[in-house]
Design a protein around this ligand. Structure first.
Ligand code: FAD
Length: 511
């Protein structure tokens, strides 16, 4: 029985991986729609479009369901942290209500689809709770409760939670849900393929040729001609809308534990920052486990990432006790300037290129909102939520303020990467240690593995030239600017970067 932190991260959802393998694209092709990215947004969109009779090709740079979707906690809810008070302030009550309705309809769509296709994916209705352990955040919760009242959202301010989390207060949104996201998506993908859809893995899109009949171009220089392109690549892999300045990546950590105390049900999220905490139950081999998540921070920023797991482990021990500790993993999601996703036409000028991104860690429902919305746009039908999610919208407040802060941060990382001091040489590294080091007068990323072998790469992110930072929790190089992530040998694990970090040779005397 494992009561120690597992050495390497692995999400429960992919053990075993419910998907089969798919071939790499090996030639040019033609279709109605190309969907880029086989996470929950891409698979749901491909499934819906094929149901409408469209010929669809779904491409993924890596493996199906191995992006953020394979590393989620999979709560399906319209309770997206505290958001409704802020939405009322920035967008008005009508749009705030649209946001709620869009997500509740998405939840209903997932539920209905599971029933219709008889999908075995541990779908379960659960009440969702926000809570705080800090006096200072009581007012935020009260305002959110007031916003629920204003918008007619079912919910209530509560003192007690089914699970005692030391809360000062809580806010319930009843009848939300949770599931196994990859088992659900496997069924959608099977339906998609059965109706003539094609899937290709290890097929990275590097460009899109615009026009009446756009073409998607892959790294192997294959072209797929089509009528529409839908970009569901998490960070948009074809950035013609200035998305690099309008999105930032935020990371969180998750543990799966077998608790000593019985878990009473419910999905919980603390609104306290930086001590965010998320809990939900999961059934593994017929037994009750709990996913404990939190420790959100901007990607590539902050302390040694292993510390985040250790802090969550302590929280889990104190709250529930730990009998067993089979999985840990971490992932990141993208956040827009005004916290509302970008779903729709890439820019107002792009009639036939669509994007879905910026789900702010609420992509189970929002990816479904995006699949329904983009399908309507492609089928030339009205959708009531088009204006709310339009990527070309402009909200003067708070966008401008946040834009400046985000850009300062990005600029800071670009500049710091070039002028900052380094303290280590490759020879200083202990087994299982990574750091920025100096090799031949250049700053490089170096990792010495547990067997003592040194892996050295150029530390400049191949996306826009920021300096990557060592993520010890996952043994990866992470870019603080837009969230690209690389393996210790520089291979791209997560975009927007498309090219690997160049390997650097170190003379044997320097090792
Ligand atoms: C720790 C954590 C917990 C979360 N918990 C919840 C939760 O409880 N509830 C909830 O609603 N949401 C949650 N989320 C958010 C949710 O998981 C994400 O919003 C969602 O999975 C994003 O799905 P996606 O399809 O947009 O992206 P992804 O799943 O990342 O899929 C994008 C795909 O595109 C591919 N790709 C990238 N670039 C290219 C390219 N150039 N060419 C081809 N393919 C490419 C990638 O390989 C990837 O497979 C959580 C997020 C995190 C980080």
């Amino acid at each position: 029985m494992n009561t120690q932190l597992p050495i390497y991260p692995e999400p429960y959802w992919r053990d075993p991986n419910p998907f089969q393998s798919y071939f790499r694209l090996k030639g040019d092709s033609q279709t109605d729609v190309v969907v880029i990215g086989a996470g929950i947004a891409g698979i749901t969109t491909a499934y819906l479009l094929s149901k409408e009779g469209k010929k669809v090709i779904l491409l993924d740079a890596g493996k199906v369901g191995n992006g953020t979707t394979g590393h989620t906690t999979a709560k399906i809810t319209a309770q997206h942290d505290v958001i409704y008070d802020e939405l009322i302030q920035h967008f008005g009550s009508a749009k705030a209500e649209d946001y709620y309705q869009a997500n509740m309809k998405a939840k209903k769509f997932i539920e209905d689809t599971i029933q219709q296709l008889a999908i075995d994916c541990d779908f379960k209705q659960e009440d969702a709770y926000l809570y705080t352990i800090e006096d200072a955040n009581m007012e935020k919760l009260e305002k959110e409760a007031k916003a629920y009242e204003t918008l007619g959202i079912k919910g209530a301010y509560v003192d007690k939670l089914p699970l005692d989390l030391g809360q000062k207060a809580g806010l319930i949104m009843p009848n939300q849900a949770q599931f196994h996201p990859l088992r659900y998506l496997r069924s959608l993908l099977d339906q998609f393929i059965a109706s003539g859809g094609q899937v290709f893995e290890n097929t990275t899109v590097v460009d899109v040729e615009e026009g009446q009949s756009p073409a998607v171009i892959t790294r192997d220089q294959h072209r797929i001609h089509c009528k529409q392109v839908v970009i569901c690549s998490h960070f948009p892999c074809y950035d013609k809308g200035g998305y690099f300045a309008r999105l930032h990546a935020d990371r969180s950590y998750v543990l799966a534990i077998k608790p000593e105390k019985s878990y009473p049900g419910g999905m919980y999220l603390s609104i306290d920052n930086p001590a965010t905490r998320s809990l939900r139950e999961v059934t593994i081999h017929g037994e009750q486990y709990v996913l404990v998540g939190g420790q959100s921070h901007k990607t590539g920023k902050g302390v040694c990432t292993m510390e985040h797991y250790e802090i969550l482990e302590k929280f889990a021990k104190d709250t529930l006790g730990i009998k067993e500790y089979p999985y840990r993993w971490s992932a990141q999601d993208l956040i827009t300037l005004d916290k509302v996703p970008y779903i729709g036409r890439l820019t107002a000028k792009h009639e036939n290129i669509f994007v879905a991104t910026g789900f702010r860690k609420w992509g189970m429902s929002h990816s479904t909102v995006s699949a329904l919305l983009i399908t309507d746009l492609i089928m030339e039908r009205d959708n009531p939520y088009e204006a709310l999610y339009d990527p070309s919208r402009f909200q003067a407040d708070p966008s401008l303020r946040t834009l400046i802060v985000e850009n300062l941060d990005v600029a800071g990382s670009l500049v710091a990467g070039k002028v900052g001091l380094t303290f280590k040489e490759p020879a200083d590294l202990n087994p299982d240690e990574g750091a920025i080091v100096m090799v031949g007068g250049e700053k490089c990323g170096a990792y010495r593995d547990v067997d003592g072998a040194l892996h050295v790469v150029d530390a400049t992110c191949t996306h826009l030239g920021c300096e990557v930072e060592w993520n010890h929790g996952d043994r990866t190089w992470d870019c603080p600017c837009h969230g690209s992530r690389y393996s210790t040998d520089g291979e791209v694990i997560e975009g927007p970067a498309e090219k690997p970090l160049a390997p650097v040779t170190v003379e044997s005397g320097e090792q």
